[in-house]
Design a protein around this ligand. Sequence first.
Ligand code: ADP
Length: 212
Amino acid sequence: MRLILLGPPGAGKGTQALRLVGKYGIVQLSTGDMLRAAVRTGTPVGRQTQEIMARGGLVPDNVVVGIVGQRIDEPDARKGFILDGFPRTVPQAAALDRLLETKGLGLDGVIELRVDEDALMRRIESRVAEMKARGETLREDDSPEVLHNRLRAYREQTAPLIAYYRQKGLLRTVNGMAPIADVTAAIDKLLPADRPLGGSAAGKKKSEELSP
Ligand code: ADP
């Protein structure tokens, strides 16, 4: 199974991705996590992207397309994957289409977590406050100003992907404002029946049987 989770920062993509990982035995590929790891270890990609990420901008398409292309070739991604944070622009989506096509693979669906922007700001502010209270290290880009830039990048560059995938008949929208368990249940409901690669009982099969 190959899925994309689409939604603005704070929409709950990471939380839902982890649940899907557990359920379907596929890997979560978060470009944000990959880029943060590159920054931490000081790779050339990390050095190139650190400043862009710190101010909430998007790193160049060729950079992320390159790292995703390499990552999906690794053995653990063979059974399937959930892309979290990628694609984030229409050119990235087109590059992903080409990448999958050359491998003879397809996407099973794109799940949009739809959320209200004011609520998002509050959600992220309270997540930051809770992390601070627990003495955890905050992400460099979790400040209100940077968050504003991240939301703008989403609106301007990522939101067009909703129409892109709707046109391809792949888009499934879920209300991301609902409690976490309800969002999970809503995703569960649409996945098995809507999967082009499986029949209506696909959700009941073991994860090994889900891959083509
Ligand atoms: P968010 O919580 O904002 O969704 P992520 O962890 O997905 O954050 O990404 C953090 C930052 O990493 C982004 O603000 C951006 O700078 C960079 N980034 C991650 N994925 C991409 C991508 N697909 N294209 C461009 N930049 C990306």
